[in-house]
Each structure stands twice: as C-alpha cells, then as structure tokens.
Design a protein around this ligand. Structure first.
Ligand code: DGI
Ligand code: FE
Ligand code: FE
Length: 188
C-alpha cells in the first residue's frame, strides 16, 4: 500500500482536524526515522494508521477488547486509551496491514510499553510533537528530540503523567511502566 492509498483509507475514518494531525505525525515520523535510522516506509504507514480507530463507538471498541483478548484492565481506565490497541486490530482486519512492527507501533502509541523498539518510540514521540500540537511543554520536547529520542520520550511521558495527575485522573499502569523502563535504561 502506498502513501496515497493509506491516506485515502484513514481520511474516511477521521475528522478534518484529526486528518491534519495524522499528516503532521506522518511528516514528523519520517523526519525522526531519517534522524534515528528507522525504516521510513514502516514509520510512514504506522503514522498514517495510528489514530485509525479514534472515532469508533466505545461499545464497539469494548467488544473488540474483550473478543480479541486484549488486556481487560484497559476497560477500567480512560476510553481514550482504547483506540490504540483497537486501531492495530482494525488496521489489520479492515485495511489488510500485516506488518507486525507497524501494528505494534499503532498498538502502543498511547501508553507505550516496556522494551519499546525504535519504531514504537518514533510513533509515540511523533504523535506528541507533530507541528499541530500546542500544549505546554511540547516545545521543550521538540528540542530534546533533536538530540535524544529516549530523553524526549521520557519528558513527554512525564508531562502526560503530570497532566493526568493534576486533573486527578487515573494513570494507566503501562504508562508508569514505560516511564520507569526508559528512565532505568538511561545511561547518563
Ligand atoms: O490520539 P491522540 O489524541 O493523538 O493522542 P494519544 O493517543 O496519545 O491519546 C491521548 C489521550 O489519552 C489523552 O486524552 C490522554 C489519554 N491518556 C494517555 N495516557 C494515559 C491516558 N489516560 C489515562 N487515563 N491514563 C494514561 O496513562
Ligand atoms: Fe492516538
Ligand atoms: Fe494521534
């Protein structure tokens, strides 16, 4: 599937705003892939499909999580988390994407996971820093991303956890585990 075909498929699933975000994630992921030596075709495809399931009804996502034996724990936390694993499932089922690395980068783009690979890190970070994002702290993460993928990732997860905590919201355990894993692997 080439870029135009992939974009045409996701455009039907998204609002105009979310489609423009997707284009931003794609361009940012390509730049990060070039900079950090990841497969650019895989980065492009994962970025295009990362929010594929963003607007699926909650009931449909819930059913897929249960039927496909995804972690049940997801259902106890913010439904915003669900579109990532459900998106990986539907990208395969409906759009025929079979590349396991691409599907994994879609699956973990919201929570991360312990032992993230290069492609997963690039999609997570591209989603956070694409040019359409304007929340506090994003500029600092953009600057860090020019020199260290891992440090930028740690900062973005810190910001996300602190944002959720400030609002008194629960934090999905995988988010903490991702943070701990990256911090403990930092050399300096
Ligand atoms: O889909 P996007 O908006 O592009 O970005 P995303 O996939 O990173 O989703 C962000 C949303 O997910 C945002 O509303 C906060 C929420 N979120 C991210 N991590 C966690 C979380 N919500 C909870 N409860 N716990 C988390 O760890
Ligand atoms: Fe998302
Ligand atoms: Fe996104």
């Amino acid at each position: 599937m080439n870029r135009e075909e992939a974009l045409a498929i996701v455009k039907e699933q998204l609002t105009e705003h979310r489609y423009l975000h997707t284009i931003g994630v794609m361009e940012t992921a390509l730049r990060l892939a070039e900079m950090y030596g990841a497969d650019k075709k895989k980065a492009e495809l994962a970025a295009i499909f990362h929010d594929y399931a963003k607007f699926r009804p909650k009931e449909e996502m819930k059913e897929i999580i249960l039927m496909e034996q995804m972690p049940r724990e997801l259902l106890d936390y913010n439904s915003e988390l669900w579109h990532a694993p459900v998106g990986a499932f539907l990208a395969e089922k409906e759009a025929g994407i079979s590349d396991k690395e691409v599907l994994s980068a879609i699956r973990y783009h919201t929570s991360g996971r312990t032992g993230m690979n290069l492609l997963e890190k690039i999609i997570y970070l591209a989603d956070y820093i694409e040019p359409g994002r304007h929340f506090p702290g994003v500029e600092e993460v953009r600057e860090i991303a020019d020199s260290s993928l891992n440090k930028a990732l740690i900062k973005s997860i810190q910001n996300t956890i602190m944002f959720l905590m400030r609002k008194g919201q629960p934090v999905f355990p995988a988010t903490f585990h991702t943070y701990n894993d990256l911090v403990m692997k930092m050399e300096d």
